[in-house]
Design a protein around this ligand. Structure first.
Ligand SMILES: C[C@@H](N)C(=O)N[C@H](C)C(=O)O
Ligand code: ZN
Length: 270
């Protein structure tokens, strides 16, 4: 029996409608897959970024960019801003222990929200001098290495020693990936003169004694100004310096850090 021509017209419209729906469903699924790729350049909140990172873990993308430790995500200090430079001193022999302390860790890692704040500190610095870079010497430091440092200085009474290396019994903010040791360097890689080298245990490195050393002429105003610039850049993002080391900055006070992040006891594998 011959069908009414309207019947064929209806069937064709049905077909076109179904094809349209199918094409749009496919393009949606491509879009949602793309949005799983982590975009740290956006102004997402940290919790949004973290859930993206969990998706990244599921998809096994960006493997080399993250270290996932329990509930924490750690990234290299330059993750959000490549104008931040780093040189992991404790992965070399060029440090106060004169030996390699990190075997598997070859980058400077910090908690992801700490890296975000450091990126802003770099922006602050670039705004003042486009030739200046933060040069980070240390970030995440496992507790096992904290003990090595502490034990190596056992001729110094604990109270004095704690001014240079945090007592591992209490833990260092470094052991949570929430502290950084850093300076400022120029594009030619030359660090600014801070009046004392990195990890100089002497009192000349104390920010708390700068005016006394200025009065005796042991430190110059230019050297203090360089330290001040570093402090301003870091403090602009809420980091705090300690009174005994011009290079050490905590992202949060220790009690906050202990509630917020997990202690890293051993070296993490990249
Ligand atoms: C050892 C030095 N670079 C350092 O980071 N000291 C602080 C006080 C720490 O160990 O937490
Ligand atoms: Zn430090």
């Amino acid at each position: 029996m011959r069908k009414n021509p309207n019947f064929y017209r209806m069937k064709r419209m049905e077909f076109l409608l179904l094809s349209g729906l199918l094409i749009s469903a496919c393009s949606e699924s491509v879009k949602s897959e793309q949005s799983l790729k982590v975009d740290f350049g956006s102004n997402k909140s940290d919790s949004d970024a973290l859930s993206d990172e969990k998706n990244a873990r599921k998809l096994d993308v960006s493997k080399e960019e993250y270290i996932l430790h329990k509930e924490d995500t750690l990234v290299c200090v330059d993750h959000f801003n490549k104008n931040i430079w780093w040189e992991l001193k404790y992965a070399t022999e060029d440090n106060f222990m004169h030996r390699v302390l990190y075997d598997t860790m070859q980058k400077v890692y910090v908690q992801i929200d700490v890296a975000r704040r450091l990126a802003k500190s770099q922006e602050y610095l670039t705004g003042r001098n486009s030739d200046y870079h933060l040069l980070v010497y240390d970030g995440l430091r496992p507790l096992s290495v904290q003990w090595e440092m502490w034990n190596a200085l056992d001729t110094i009474p604990a109270f004095e020693r704690g001014k240079f290396v945090s007592n591992p019994k209490n833990g260092s903010v470094h052991n949570y990936g929430a502290a950084v040791d850093l300076t400022i360097c120029m594009s030619n890689k030359k660090p600014l003169d801070m009046g004392a080298e990195y990890d100089d245990i002497r009192k000349i490195a104390y920010p708390s004694l700068e005016s006394e050393f200025l009065a005796t002429g042991e430190i110059s105003q230019a050297q203090i100004d360089n330290r001040k610039l570093l402090r301003r850049a870091l403090k602009s993002q809420g980091f705090s310096n300690i009174p005994t080391e011009w290079w050490h900055f905590n992202a949060f006070p220790r009690p906050i850090v202990k509630g917020k992040y997990q202690l890293v006891t051993r070296e993490l594998v990249e």
